[in-house]
Design a protein around this ligand. Structure first.
Ligand SMILES: [Zn+2]
Length: 66
């Protein structure tokens, strides 16, 4: 049995089994769509966290304190 060519992984996007091969340039994703969705969610999450720490809350409004 040739296990190397039969190796599969679960797509992080849709959990489908994906053949892990050199031909699959989107691995471990099944397709470009799942790759972009996963990256989009990661970027959105990172952006929201950065925005939360960057913008002052109403309780810490610098103009109100001065
Ligand atoms: Zn997928």
């Amino acid at each position: 049995m040739d296990k190397e060519s039969k190796r599969t992984v679960n797509c992080p996007g849709c959990q489908k089994p994906v053949a892990w091969s050199k031909d699959n340039r989107f691995r471990p994703f099944c397709s470009e769509r799942c790759q972009l969705i996963d990256f989009g969610e990661w970027a959105t999450e990172k952006h929201s966290i950065a925005g939360e720490s960057f913008y002052p809350t109403e309780d810490e409004d610098p103009e109100q304190l001065q």
